[in-house]
Design a protein around this ligand. Structure first.
Ligand SMILES: [Zn+2]
Length: 847
């Protein structure tokens, strides 16, 4: 395999400040007034992202593209075409400097006030009081009046109106898009016309339904300037995310990508779409544990430097320090992107705009539901064979160590005690212990055990007490039992745990329609962890067609460091990632791990998010090699280094025709809002996302980018947020891509079918319709790591297409009307952004 090798050092000459901890909350003293925010962010939009600048960079990237040659792809949709595999490196300009200062202010404010009540005042809106506070309202009114008097604004407004009425009739961007020559009709004065028919250019077949459309103004509720600024800022944030997703083989929705293309005056091509590759499950008579198909050794050498793996063609190149140029953003680029989005969430006009759009989305759904509920229901009633029970559902977020319910665990403990009391199960002070002796030591008789004395269920005591919750993983409060029953590494080689997981898998296989994505831990304490985990998987034959595995990395460097198990954060990253590179480059010598990785689809980052970190991540932060203090790095630092390594790994694996991994961290469960900003850049999808409730800008961005969110309201109810206050229903109505998941059935659920319990309670409390439930189930399959073939089986062969075209109602039981509504609504929101980009057109028109 030949490739044009580019041997420029990967890490840029970004100034790295050694020793210092970077600016902290104190040094970046910011009284972030909202007056300064708007000016900085208009600067932000003037960086030429949407015009020539980015295009040139892309072209440059295409020429420099070196790492990846299109090779044997797997069964993914859309073939891999040549694409720029280089991350355009950003360097700090004056403009960036001011954006960064603003971002630092936001960051500092969050750090300083994290625990106090008005921590989020900069970018959040109080629940009961919409943005229209008196002062803000007055300001808007004045602006509005000034604009009315300005002739130029009047012209611009008028042309926006014209563009708007055009895009209303051209909701779906087609390749032949041309602005119609006829002058558009004057918009009727009524602002809301529920039921007004609107011409939608669609190729799909949808039963008649009543559409909610707004006619009239360009975008009522905000002034022209604010609208333009907000739309540009949002488009830019989306472009940033698109880039981060593409280069890491993570997903970006097709509709949004199409609109971003039209904004750049480019043609969207299906070949350009980047999709992750998941290994298809073995066929029926195939052995899932076949170790003999490992490909050969590529003989590349690699090492980790400053927290990211570098790959070299051979030893000589390594000695000369000439690694491949790999497509990850260097620290400076990443922190700059991060500051752009951070500055954005505190930008006044953008906040107002997003808040209004989100409110509109919610009201619009309310109208849609009122008008079309019966038609949707009718569609479902005439749909043969399929109902809510037999649509495919995936439990998108569940921890393996708690994937069985408490009763199951109890039964299993009693069963082992009855059948094998004299089996040697452990050692204590060099003395072998039988199972019976273990229980004698704990002064208990398993016969007397009940779910109450087992005490693994979360209760009122765990609310806002993550520490107490963590101890619930210890049955009867005894860590010995946790080690024995819920771990993969112990005297029995994790046999008991494997047996229980397999019992759970068997139940899933029996129920046929449910899949699950349990997380297993890799801690990064030692490099052997991967090998041991793979051996556990194969020795106990844990594979099940209804399970796709995820790897969770707990953010507990500080604990290992304080026990002197690790010298630096860099070592922890090495332990986590180097074995994966070894197994990818030379699978022959790592057959077991190579096999296990076929069934792993992604990485998760887990721990208590409400833990406070006072380090502010910037390009001056110490790199992982010199992060030797006992302090835990902040959330965004963990995310960046996981993302960068996964990205390099994915590119390498793609080249070998192997499966790629998604990054799916826990995010937005509690703690700082900045977590959601980091995940916006780095994650394919997230778990929880509760805090999106607090930031209209982020929530709207998560909507536009259709970032999947696995929500677990029952888990939140025990830990962070009362069920009735959970935003799931609201998110679903607005059109965010939410799925339902269980998190920890052992701690939160009562029945054997934990996922069904989750659906049932949500349906009861929020009065969700069958169509709602099936939509959530469909989202869960989309979000999951099931392979392309399996998704086709679950959702229909066209599932990659957007809108009703991609929906097979016979498989998903989601009404086509609902799909059309969602699709057209998303197109409508995106068209607001692309309309604002037509500034030149507008200037021409207004002359
Ligand atoms: Zn979780």
């Amino acid at each position: 395999m030949r490739r044009g090798l580019q041997s420029e050092p990967v890490r840029g000459s970004a100034p790295v400040c050694f020793g210092g901890g970077g600016p902290t909350a104190a040094s970046a003293s910011g009284r972030g007034g909202s007056a300064s925010t708007s000016s900085a962010s208009s600067l932000l939009s003037s960086r030429g992202w949407l015009t020539g600048g980015s295009k040139e960079r892309r072209q440059a990237g295409r020429q420099a593209s070196s790492f990846l040659t299109p090779s044997a792809t797997m069964s993914g949709p859309g073939a891999l075409a040549e694409m720029p595999r280089q991350f355009p490196r950003l360097s700090i300009s004056e403009v960036d400097e001011s954006v960064r200062l603003l971002a630092e202010k936001v960051f500092a404010k969050v750090l300083r006030e994290e625990d106090s009540k008005d921590a989020l005042s900069l970018f959040s809106v109080p629940e009961d009081c919409p943005i229209g506070q008196k002062e803000a309202k007055e300001r808007e009114l004045q602006k509005e009046m000034a604009e009315q008097q300005s002739l130029e604004t009047a012209k611009r407004k008028k042309s926006f109106k014209m563009i708007r009425s055009q895009s209303l009739s051209l909701q779906i961007p087609s390749q032949e898009w041309k602005p119609p020559s006829a002058t558009p009709a004057v918009s009727p004065p009524t602002p809301v016309c529920p039921g007004a028919l609107q011409t939608i250019q669609g190729t799909y077949d949808v039963p008649e339904f009543q559409r909610v459309a707004i006619n009239g103004d360009y975008c009522a509720g905000v002034s022209v300037d604010d609208y333009e600024q907000a739309a540009k800022n949002l488009a830019k944030a989306l472009l940033i995310r698109e880039q981060y997703c593409r280069l890491a083989y993570q997903r970006f929705p097709r509709t949004t990508a199409q609109y971003l293309c039209t904004m750049r005056n480019e043609k969207w091509k299906i070949e350009d779409e980047v999709v992750p590759d998941f290994h298809p499950p073995p066929k029926e008579l195939q052995d899932p544990y076949n170790l003999d198909d490992s490909p050969g050794n590529l003989d590349y050498v690699f090492k980790m430097k400053e927290g990211v793996v570098l790959i070299y063609e051979n030893k000589e190149m390594m000695e000369n320090d000439k690694p491949w140029s790999l497509p990850y953003p260097d620290l400076q680029t990443y922190t700059l992107s991060l500051s752009h989005v951070l500055a954005l969430i505190a930008d006044g006009p953008t906040k107002t705009y997003c808040h209004k759009r989100l409110n509109f989305l919610e009201s619009k759904f309310g109208l849609h539901e009122m008008l079309n509920e019966m038609s949707e229901l009718k569609e479902l009633k005439t749909n043969p064979h399929r109902d809510f029970y037999n649509v495919r559902k995936v439990d998108t977020h569940i921890h393996a160590a708690a994937c069985m319910n408490q009763k199951h665990l109890l039964r299993f403990i009693k069963h082992t005690y009855q059948t094998e009391p004299n089996r040697i199960v452990g050692e204590k002070k060099g003395k072998k212990m039988t199972l019976k002796q273990v229980f004698e030591c704990l002064h208990m008789d398993p016969y007397d055990l009940t779910v109450d004395s087992l005490d693994v269920h979360a209760d009122r005591q765990t609310f806002h007490r993550f520490d107490k919750f963590n101890s619930k993983y210890n049955p009867v409060g005894a860590s010995e039992l946790r080690d024995l029953y819920l771990k993969t590494e112990n005297h029995l080689g994790g046999e008991y745990f494997a047996r229980m997981v397999k019992e759970v898998a068997r139940e899933l296989e029996d129920s046929k329609y449910q899949y699950t994505e349990p997380r297993l831990s890799i801690y990064g304490r030692s490099p052997d962890e991967w090998q041991n985990l793979a051996k556990w998987f194969i020795r106990h034959k844990v594979y099940s067609p209804h399970m796709r595995w995820m790897i969770q990395v707990p953010r507990i460097y500080d604990i290992f460091r304080s026990k002197n198990l690790l010298p630096s954060f860099g070592k922890m990253l090495e332990n986590i990632f180097l074995p994966l590179f070894e197994a990818t480059i030379n699978p022959l010598d790592h057959k077991e791990l190579h096999l296990f990785l076929k069934y792993v689809t992604g990485f998760d980052s887990v721990d208590d998010e409400s833990k406070h970190s006072d380090h502010m991540f910037s390009e001056k932060s110490p790199n992982p090699d010199i992060w030797t203090s006992e302090k835990n790095p902040p959330y965004s630092y963990y995310l960046y280094y996981m993302y960068a390594n996964i990205m390099v790994l994915n590119n390498l694996r793609k080249e070998r025709g192997m499966s790629t991994f998604l990054f799916r961290p826990h995010c937005g469960e509690a703690g700082s809002i900045t977590h959601l900003v980091s995940a916006f850049l780095t994650a394919d999808n997230i778990s929880h996302g509760l805090l999106l409730k607090k930031s209209p800008v982020l929530q709207y961005l998560y909507y536009l980018a259709q970032i999947p969110i696995a929500m677990s309201p029952l888990s939140n109810n025990s830990l962070f947020l009362e069920y009735s206050k959970n935003p799931l229903r609201e998110f679903l109505h607005k059109g965010l891509l939410v799925s339902l998941s269980t998190d920890d059935p052992m701690q939160f659920h009562y029945t054997k079918e934990a996922l069904m319990e989750e659906y049932a309670i949500a349906a009861q409390v929020w009065k969700l319709s069958t169509c709602d439930l099936c939509e959530i189930a469909r989202n869960s399959v989309l979000q999951s790591g099931l392979s392309h073939k399996e998704k086709q089986k679950c959702l229909g062969v066209n599932y990659c297409s957007e809108g009703p075209e991609g929906n097979d109602i016979r498989k998903t039981n989601v009404a086509q009307i609902r799909m059309a509504y969602r699709y057209e609504t998303l197109c409508n929101e995106l068209s607001f952004l692309s309309d604002a980009m037509k500034t030149e057109e507008i200037t021409a028109l207004s002359k």
